[in-house]
Structure formats: structure tokens, C-alpha cells
Design a binder for this molecule. Sequence first.
Ligand code: SF4
Length: 217
Amino acid sequence: MNTAQQIYEALYQHWGEQHWWPADSPLEMILGAVLTQNTAWTQVEKAMQRLKSEQAIDLNRLVDTPASTLEEWIRPAGFFRQKARTIQTFCQHIQQHYNGSIDTLFELETSALRTELLSWRGVGPETADSILLYAARRPLFVIDAYTKRFMVRHGWADEKATYATLASFFTDQLEQDPALFNEFHALIVQLGKTHCRPTPTCEGCPLQPLLTHPVSV
Ligand code: SF4
């Protein structure tokens, strides 16, 4: 078993399936990927509830809504001006270039789709890969702060490692399976929220057996 598989097995044995990111539609997943930037998921849920109550999980409605109103709806998720602009820009883009159809956008092959998503204002690699993995079901490994933190602490990555280097640690060692990458990322978030916090609690952590040296904070 390679290192990435050992990490996955240890986390999965400890926490089991995470049933992560339930969403009713690709648009809802894309909105979730944007809203979750730099904020906790509990805050995203509040913003998403508001969007649902306003019947705004809809491309046309999101474009037609005044920016100030959309900002108010998503305020709980933080950075609401920037996120509202990102949401309206990509909805307009899908209207203009893909006939308003996310399904048509998702007909692009993976690298072209990733390039397209990265060209959207306010969308970086983590958000693009979240959309690719969760909404388009492509085998992209999402790297976030939790992932980098435990990898550096274990010596599996350098503090200066790029996003692409961190992602290839997983994609090079694992079967290219979106369901596996989905579950793995959810387990890493669980790890980062419980044991591998800014101050780590290695005692009782499922990855402690894979630790070969004391962790410096
Ligand atoms: S053993 Fe310690 S350093 Fe490793 S993942 Fe767990 S908390 Fe983080």
C-alpha cells in the first residue's frame, strides 16, 4: 500500500463515510464552492438557505438580481461583495457562452473545463477543483489549508510546495476515481477540524501511527 492509500485507510477506518456536500443540483454545488472560500461551512449553509428561500438557485434569477440584494442574501458567508460579483460573472458567462446550461459547460473535457473555470473572476485552483470534483465529477484532488497542514507536519510536503505539487502527491498514488477523491477530501477536512488544528492533538489521531518525528508548531 502506498502512502496516500495508507492515509486514506487510516482516516476511513477511524471516521467512516462522510456523506459530504449534499446538493440538489450542479449550480448549488458551484455556489457552495464559491461561498465556502475563506469561511466555515456553517456560514455557507446560512447563505444557501437564504438563496433557497429567495428561490435564487437559478442562473437567470442570480443574474437579474441587483448586486446589492445578492450581497445581502449571501452576507453570512463573508466576503459577500466579492463572492456576489464572482457568482454573477460566472452566471452571465454561462448564459452567454453555454446557452445558460451548466450541462453544456460540463461537456468540455477536463483540462479545458479547468482552464475555463480558472478564467472566471474570483475562482482559484481550490474552487475550480471543488467544482470539477463535486459538480462535474472529475478526478481532481482538492487541496485546501487542512491538506497542506497535515502534509507539511508529516514531511510529505514542503511548506513552499505549490498547489499542483500537493495535488499530484494524491493523484499520482491513487486510482483516478472521483468518488474516492470526494471521500478523501471530506476525511481530511474532518482531520483538520478535530486533530490537525493550528495546535495539533496527535494523541488519538488516526494518522499518529504514520508520524515519524515530533511535530513542531
Ligand atoms: S498525527 Fe498530529 S500532525 Fe499528524 S495529522 Fe494527526 S494531529 Fe496532525
